[in-house]
Design a protein around this ligand. Structure first.
Ligand code: NAP
Length: 247
């Protein structure tokens, strides 16, 4: 039986690289992997932007693209109706990268951050639970950030990574992972937040940092972590290299 993955928020950056690496695995292992990617605008799905001339583009054409904005309940429900069975859900979509302090964040902007980075991911998870229940692996992966580590932020004398409202949402998503891991454990679910590290993407490059790593390295590491996850490792916060991040 093939293993099925769905990456929510796959139009670019880390989400698109997940799709590329999984689709490559799909090609190499002769359909042993089924890959779903979600984008906000289906007409701009990565495969349809290409002319199909390179092997990478051919890989992307094998992906099943679904349209959804994580803030739109009806789109999320419609996408979930199209997936009968799912092994691994990777919730990647988020906003961030702004260098903002909390004291300069107005309530409507904080609300926007919470909607995109906490309420949206929660909505996606609820919508795909039935498909995950039918899957063999029952893995829910929340793409988080070390910015959301209370321990690292509290011990840092200076701003640690992307602070402000973004860090609040990533701390919240970590707590969602802990609570969902506990609630869903009796059904055999594995729920983990993962930190990609500092990655060269649109978001990662908003904060000038010459140490941002190539997206291939971060996603390759996270896929190794995802494959190694077991029920005993559920509710642990992992960095892309397999080390444990303090809460
Ligand atoms: N890059 C880093 O250094 C870094 C570090 C730590 C954690 N992270 C986390 O890694 C994940 C991916 O980041 P990235 O660097 O790849 O960011 P990115 O380049 O800005 O891409 C963000 C992705 O999320 C999608 N998205 C955002 N809001 C959405 C919504 N409401 N509905 C559907 N899709 C939505 C975007 O779609 P559109 O194209 O439609 O906007 C895009 O595909 C995020 O969770 C981020 O917090 C990144």
């Amino acid at each position: 039986m093939p293993t099925s993955y769905l990456v929510a928020g796959a139009s670019r950056g880390i989400g698109l690289e997940f799709i590329r690496q999984l689709a490559r695995q799909q090609q190499e292992e002769d359909d042993d992997v089924v890959v779903y990617g979600t984008v906000r605008n289906l007409e701009k799905a990565p495969a349809s932007l290409t002319n199909g001339s390179s092997s990478q583009e051919a890989e992307l054409r094998r992906v099943k693209w679904l349209q959804l904005d994580t803030n739109e309940q009806s789109q999320v429900d419609e996408a979930a109706r199209q997936v009968d069975e799912l092994d691994v859900l990777i919730v990647n979509a988020a906003i961030g990268g702004e260098d903002l302090d909390l004291m300069d964040t107005n309530p409507s902007l904080l609300s926007q951050y919470l909607q995109n980075n906490v309420v949206g991911p929660h909505r996606i998870i609820l919508a795909f639970l039935d498909a995950l229940r039918k899957g063999k692996q029952k893995k829910i992966i929340l793409i988080s950030s070390r910015s959301g580590s209370m321990d690292m932020q509290a011990k840092s004398q200076q701003k640690h990574g992307s602070a402000g409202p973004y860090s609040v949402t990533k701390a919240a998503i970590n707590m969602c992972a802990i609570q969902l891991a506990r609630e869903l454990k009796p059904q055999g679910f594995i729920v983990n937040p993962l930190s990609p590290g500092w990655v060269s993407t649109d978001m990662g490059n908003k904060i000038v940092n010459d140490k941002a790593m190539p997206v291939e390295q971060s996603v390759g590491g996270m896929l190794n972590v995802i494959r190694s996850l077991t029920l005993e490792k559920s509710a642990t916060f992992y960095h892309y290299d397999g080390s444990v991040v303090p809460w």
